[in-house]
Each structure stands twice: as C-alpha cells, then as structure tokens.
Write a protein that binds this ligand. Structure first.
Ligand code: TMP
Length: 220
C-alpha cells in the first residue's frame, strides 16, 4: 500500500515556513496528491498546550532540559496522533518544523549535546523521518524583524515569544546550525534562499518537490 510523504519546512525565525507550507499544499493538491498541513510544536490538543508553555514569555526561567523534553513530548503526541495515521492513509504531511528544529535550537542554540537530543528524539519520532526537508535560509536580522512584526500566538506585536526574545547571537547559532545540518544530510535537506518575492522562493521549493516525486515514479 502507498504511504504519503512527510515533507518538513525549517528555518530561522521569519523565514516564511507557514506561507510556503500553504502554497506547497495547493501545488500538490493540483497534482492530485492529498495533503495535510501541520506544525510543531502543536497541532494536537496536548501539543498546543505545550506550545503555549514553551513560547510564553512568562516562563523565562524554563531550564533547557525542560525545554527539550517539552518539545519532544509535543512531538511524540504529534507523531502518534497525526503524522503516522495520515501517512498510512497515503496523505502527504507538510510539517512546519520537525526534529531538525530541535538540533538547531536546543543543540546549536542552547548547547545541548546532540547525542542526547538524538537519543530522546529517536524515542519521540518512532522511526519517522522526513522524505524531504526544505530549509528556508534567511539573514537573522531580516527574519526576526518580519517575525516580530507578525505577532503570532497572540503575543503583543513587536515583543515576540520566549524564543524570539533570545539575543541575536542565539539566532545566529541556530541559523548556522541549520546550515550545518543541511551539509551533513544533503540528500534530505535542501537549502532554499528566501527571496523577497514569495513566488520565486516557492518555485525553488517546488523544483525540489518535483525531484522527489520523479524519484518515486510520479508523473510531474
Ligand atoms: P514557530 O512555529 O512559530 O516557528 O515557533 C516555534 C518556535 O519554537 C520557534 O522559535 C522554534 C522553536 N522550536 C524549538 O526551539 N525546538 C523545536 O524542536 C521546535 C519544533 C521549535
């Protein structure tokens, strides 16, 4: 039986992942591929609760170990409740962030040993790996500026969530971390530079998706 693809979008703050997830879903739907858009942390009822805890600036004293475990707990629920059932129904899942974010933010950003992250993450993901990951690369100053302007998750515009409020050096480490991950896994992680025109960036994403479809015998 055919199984859906797991496509993940990653990138520093303000890289446009959610916009491109939606556009990509439209592109695949046109090709007759059924899609489901989801995000981390969140998407399940439990995961959304954990998202609030993780992103609220109220919990500035959250320890980095607690932070890692909460992201992974939200992921475990997401994998079991949404991702695996959808893939089994031959639905292609487009996920706005997945485990590369943990290596980038908690690993490169916070300095947690990647072998510890891998151990906990392996337990959370239950052998699920993305078929393709698009890394939307953007200068951190530009990205953070955009992201703070959006006032998502109902935090006041311009103030940002707990992670966005980290200093610029943290966000630079995250970006470098993502680029290192892409270098280590070039087959899976494709770097797409964020252009000022959304359609140009989306076209680059679609080229990588078409390659994946061709490799899997779809007529593109
Ligand atoms: P976003 O979904 O709006 O990008 O917000 C999620 C935030 O959580 C973002 O700052 C990245 C961060 N994050 C981690 O630090 N680790 C993770 O494993 C994930 C999934 C997200």
């Amino acid at each position: 039986m055919k199984r859906g693809f797991l496509l993940t979008l990653e990138g520093p703050e303000g890289s446009g992942k959610s916009t491109h997830s939606r556009l990509l879903a439209g592109y695949l739907t046109q090709k007759g591929i059924q899609t489901y858009c989801t995000r981390e942390p969140g998407s399940t009822a439990l995961g959304e609760k954990m998202r609030q805890l993780l992103l609220s600036p109220l919990y500035k004293n959250m320890s980095v170990r607690t932070e890692l475990l909460l992201y992974e707990a939200a992921r475990a629920q997401h994998v079991d409740e949404i991702i695996i059932p959808a893939l089994n129904k031959n639905i292609t899942v487009i996920c706005d962030r997945f485990y590369d974010a943990t290596f980038a933010y908690q690993g490169y950003g916070r300095g947690i040993d990647p072998s510890i992250i891998k151990h906990i993450n392996d337990f959370a993901v239950n052998k699920i790996t993305p078929d393709l990951t698009i890394l939307l690369d953007i200068d951190v100053n530009i990205g953070l500026g955009k992201s703070l302007h959006l006032s998502k998750d109902s935090f006041p515009r311009g103030e940002g969530d707990r992670i966005e409020q980290e200093d610029i050096e943290f966000h630079k480490r995250v970006r470098e971390g993502y680029l290192n991950l892409a270098q280590k896994e070039p087959e899976r992680i494709k770097v797409v530079t964020v252009e000022s025109e959304i359609s140009k960036t989306q076209l680059e994403i679609q080229k990588h998706i078409d390659d994946l479809l061709r490799r899997n015998n779809y007529v593109v």
